[in-house]
Write a protein that binds this ligand. Structure first.
Ligand SMILES: [Zn+2]
Length: 287
């Protein structure tokens, strides 16, 4: 887990004022080859997936608005050509901030229906920033010689998450359904659910070949093994908290009891151990 992406995430969740005051000048976009024609870009905010080829360019998520030019330049350097598609894994600002810039340049933005609803509801949302193609369950973009499949598994990180499968390159972009090596942020106020989050991770593992590369929403490029470890953590920690709730323990009791020592490092990121316990508790007791 990179400190700067955690900082970006915390800022994405902070007030718009804090957000606007952020200086993005020093952010560099780092390009990481993933497999075949697929790359991952790290900058500030959610990791970006890129497909380059004879059909043009496609990106998955676009971080923050002030970074759009730098992202564009990094993609152009990989493959000079038109950015044809932007796929949004979900609506959060650290994944969709560049939408307006890329939409204005005629990229087609694709996302699950609830992403459009949530972006539309934001007071400062521009028309160009909105997805123009939406879907409820799944959609496919046939591009650069492969089927790029967007799959919505139900509520998880939010109520509008898509998992993106690059079926030919054997790469999966998980959006914020995967925080590699860290406790995840589950946005209960945007229709998220801890049980749904775990279900989605399990569904992805069932569909994904063992040698696939996984791009997490936050953290370093991952393997299927990393995703399995993440799921094991999710299942064990949520069971501990849910058993506590069933036994009548209060949130304060559960926080005092903590989580197993082996998960200590997961709590050093943006979501600390107490906050993760609280998220599971709130998700489990939500009426
Ligand atoms: Zn998010």
């Amino acid at each position: 887990m990179k400190a700067h992406s955690l900082l970006a995430l915390s800022l994405a969740l902070a007030t718009p004022t804090t957000f606007a005051q952020r200086n993005f000048d020093s952010v560099e976009i780092k390009v990481i080859p993933v497999a075949k024609n697929i790359y991952m870009l790290e900058g500030s905010g959610g990791n970006i997936g890129v497909s380059v080829g004879t059909d043009g360019n496609l990106i998955v998520d676009d971080q923050f608005a002030p970074l759009a030019e730098k992202i564009d330049a990094a993609v152009q350097k990989l493959n000079p050509g038109k950015l044809k598609f932007v796929l949004n894994t979900h609506h959060h600002g650290d994944h969709t901030g560049g939408n307006a810039a890329f939409g204005a340049k005629d990229a087609t933005i694709v996302a699950q229906s609830n992403v459009r609803k949530r972006l539309f509801a934001e007071a400062n949302s521009k028309k160009e920033a909105l997805p123009v193609i939406t879907f409820d369950q799944s959609a496919s973009v046939h591009f650069n010689g492969e089927e790029i499949k967007l799959l919505h598994q139900g509520p998880g990180h939010t109520d509008g998450d898509s998992i993106i499968f690059f079926t030919g390159a054997n790469v999966v972009h998980m959006g914020d359904q995967f925080f590699n090596g860290a406790f995840p942020f589950v946005d209960l106020n945007s229709g998220g659910s801890v049980d749904g989050y775990i279900k989605t991770v399990s569904a992805v593992l069932e569909k994904t070949p063992a040698d696939a590369k996984i791009i997490p929403g936050h953290g370093q490029l991952a393997s299927v093994e990393d995703l399995k470890n993440f799921r094991a953590m999710l299942v064990e920690t949520s069971d501990i908290v849910k058993k506590g709730v069933a036994a009548g323990k209060s949130l304060a009791d559960l926080k005092a009891a903590g989580l197993p020592e082996k998960y200590k490092d997961f709590g050093t990121g943006f979501i600390k151990t107490d906050r993760w316990i609280e998220t599971i508790y709130n998700s489990a007791t939500k009426k």
